[in-house]
Design a protein around this ligand. Structure first.
Ligand code: IYR
Length: 220
């Protein structure tokens, strides 16, 4: 017994030439993506934000449960409250909780406990995992929640890049404060905090490289 009828699939198809051109163009676009820590406060159009988030929502998910909740914060007071709470945790992390090896790995990236971008960026997108659903008072399982939400974030980052905007995948740790400040329900866990916006005119990024094909592709 099939609850859902199967309908014809309408594929997107391109010629070989178009495939080569499009894949090359897209790779070139994505190769320019950088994690950004210096944002302009310039607003971004609401419809662009919505399109980016709806793109994230096209991610595949375990049993099509779409186990995510995506919060968008543009309110300055709430952004400030998030910054204050994140910096409180990060200060403790950098000074006491993170082991030497981790701090050494981060040193070339120049990160520290201060997170001014949480107030400067015009929008903060906060991903929550939905570990289960409550349907008629009963818990219903979600599946592969971390994988599904991780893929959704990947699509979000690609959509942000495609729109000509910048983002940071920020991981204040622990992230429980986000659940409180955004008043999320018991079945949700904070996953990632992503400031989005335009780069500040004087923005800089660390001079680091991506692995070459031979360093991470294994063909059989
Ligand atoms: N949560 C900290 C630490 C941090 C960890 C990793 I791994 C990074 O690539 C960058 C930062 C922070 O957000 O600063």
């Amino acid at each position: 017994m099939n609850d859902y009828p199967f309908i014809p699939f309408n594929p997107v198809r391109f010629s070989i030439e178009q495939m080569m051109e499009r894949s090359n163009q897209f790779y070139a676009l994505m190769q320019k993506r950088r994690s950004l820590r210096f944002f302009s406060d310039e607003k971004i159009p609401e419809i662009v934000l919505t399109n980016i988030i709806m793109t994230a929502g096209t991610a595949p998910s375990g049993a099509n449960k779409q186990p995510w909740a995506i919060c968008v914060v543009t309110n300055p007071e709430l952004k400030q409250a998030i910054r204050i709470a994140a910096e409180k945790e990060e200060q403790l992390s950098y000074s006491e909780r993170m082991p030497e090896e981790w701090l050494a790995d981060l040193a070339p990236l120049g990160t520290d406990w201060q997170k001014p971008f949480l107030e400067t960026a015009p929008a903060l997108i906060v991903f929550f995992k939905r570990n289960y659903e409550v349907v008629n008072g009963k818990k219903k399982n979600n599946y592969y929640v971390t994988e599904s939400v991780g893929i959704a974030v990947g699509l979000l980052l690609a959509a942000i890049q495609n729109a000509g905007l910048c983002a940071l995948t920020h991981t204040p740790s622990p992230m429980g404060f986000l659940k409180n400040l955004l008043q999320r329900p018991d079945n949700e866990t904070p996953f990632l905090l992503i400031p989005v916006g335009y780069p500040a005119p004087d923005a800089t990024v660390p001079d680091i490289a991506r692995k070459a094909a031979n360093d991470f592709i294994y063909r059989y």
